[in-house]
Design a protein around this ligand. Structure first.
Ligand code: LLP
Length: 454
């Protein structure tokens, strides 16, 4: 547990402790009990950390820019139980599909508290958004604008929209999670004139009400100046549009992207620094261009859910290659966490069931799926891991289960929420029947399954 103690300040949920018996506890619950009761792999969310993360954004921004709406980017992890907690704390919801609207409504979030994003929303999804009366739709491109304008007029409603602009800003992050460069599928480029054309069309469309401008530059960012530059670009464009059409934005939204520490030694940017920088950019930009101060919408996803989540895996077979690596396999892998394979993302793990001692050695933590690339941690520096151990992975609350698959027909893990010594199951482990739920079975097989069951 020394390992946990050293890193507890940075990457683990705030309630993580070492118990006298050497096991890790989260939210006052021992990981031994969690694994016994719910099995592994298991995704554990610490409610206190979740509330702290949401509260940190709300507090920081309410001081720096009181007219701020914090919308949780549900794509990071949409569990209705978790979203319900975040909404109760005061967060709105950023949704990016018809499915997320549906699940958000199931969580009890009113549609008026949702902002709907996406570069290729389908006609069906736009209809569903109008039907539900989603508060804001962030329109990504000219075709979507035309389609939404038509659908809204047909329904006889006036839909409030934001225009998602592409300001051509390159941020420092992984190529696959950059979104603000000009040559990107996202947003209306300012440079090509698409953005200006969209404004012209939006303000003349009877079915649309232009609420303001949005951009999202990328994810896992640490430099507040990056989002500040996004705001500068939105306000500069807003000033041009005021000149051209006499309109000013009620809303300015620089999206999300607030980075989190994944490894010991990574340093987070405090919410107060983000708030100070964004408020500074807004204040300066509004005064420079003589624009009224808008409402600010920010959309943190990873930075809310990520640090609250821990994954527990059970260690299976271990294999040592003379002159090569020590492969420690676990009962999950790329089907529940694709991030190391997809982005080369790095995680830290700790032996969570016992007080592990002995020399630290490099070990390769691999998953159970049929891919050589199914490596969770290439070089974990840990005391010798044993078969049967529980490994806890830190900072796995965002974009892990959210991007999970049923590869190799894996059943997706259960999810529990822990707090004050209590564990609450918020998503059960999938069953083999779940795996076949959408399949149309051949008649003979169906008969056999039915007979087998009877
Ligand atoms: N707003 C918009 C419009 C977005 O597209 C995103 C993320 C967010 C907010 C939230 O960004 P966050 O605060 O979570 O960084 N799967 C990748 C991340 C993709 C992010 C996509 N958009 C990963 O695992 O790193």
């Amino acid at each position: 547990m020394d390992h946990v103690r050293q890193t507890v300040m940075s990457i683990w949920p705030s309630s993580v402790r070492g118990r006298d018996d050497g096991a890790m506890e989260i939210g006052g619950v021992s990981v031994l009990d969690l694994a016994d009761r719910f099995g592994t792999p298991l995704y554990v969310y610490d409610e206190v950390t979740l509330r702290e993360r949401a509260g940190a954004f709300i507090d920081a921004f309410s001081g720096a820019w009181p007219r701020t709406r914090v919308a949780y980017a549900a794509k990071a992890f949409l569990s209705p139980a978790l979203v319900r907690i975040l909404h109760d704390v005061g967060l709105a919801l950023d949704v990016s599909s018809g499915g997320e609207i549906y699940a958000g409504l199931a969580a009890g979030v009113p549609a008026s508290d949702m902002v709907f994003h996406g570069n290729a929303k389908t006609e069906r999804e736009l209809r569903e958004a109008l039907e539900a009366a989603v508060g804001l739709i962030a329109v990504d491109n000219l075709m979507e604008l035309e389609l939404l304008a038509r659908l809204a007029s047909e329904r006889g409603v006036r839909q409030r929209i934001l225009l998602r602009l592409n300001p051509g800003i390159d941020v420092h992050t992984h190529e696959k999670i950059k979104t603000g460069v000009l040559d990107s599928k996202f947003g209306l480029p300012i440079a090509t004139g698409d953005a200006a054309l969209a404004v012209e069309r939006a303000i003349t469309a009877p079915g649309l009400l232009l609420g303001g401008y949005h951009t999202h530059l990328g994810s896992q960012l640490f430099d507040p100046a990056a989002l500040g530059a996004g705001i500068d670009a939105l306000l500069g464009f807003a000033a041009e549009m005021r000149e051209a059409h006499g309109i000013t934005p009620e809303v300015i939204s620089p999206g999300g992207g607030f980075g989190i520490p994944y490894e010991d030694g990574d340093v987070a940017t405090p919410a107060a620094d983000w708030a100070g920088a964004l408020a500074g950019s807004l204040r300066r930009g509004c005064s420079r261009h003589g624009l009224p101060e808008p409402e600010l919408i920010i959309e943190p996803g990873r930075s809310i859910a990520g640090p609250a989540g821990v994954t527990l895996y059970r260690v299976g077979p271990i294999k040592e290659i003379p002159g090569g690596r020590r492969f420690v396999s676990v009962d999950g892998g790329m089907a529940d966490n694709i991030r190391p394979t997809l982005y080369g993302a790095r995680y830290e793990a700790s032996i969570a069931n016992r007080r592990a001692s002995g020399p630290i050695q490099a070990q390769t933590i691999v998953g159970k799926y049929c891919e050589t690339g199914d490596v969770l941690i290439e070089r974990a520096e840990l005391p010798k891991v044993r078969t049967g151990d529980l490994l806890a992975f830190a900072a796995t609350g965002a974009y892990c289960l959210a991007m999970a698959s049923n590869y190799n027909l894996a059943t997706r893990p259960a999810v529990v929420l822990v707090r004050d010594g209590e564990a609450r199951l918020i998503r059960r482990r999938e069953t083999y029947d779940d795996l076949l739920a959408a399949e149309i079975l051949p008649d003979s097989a169906r008969a056999e399954l039915t007979t087998g069951k009877g």
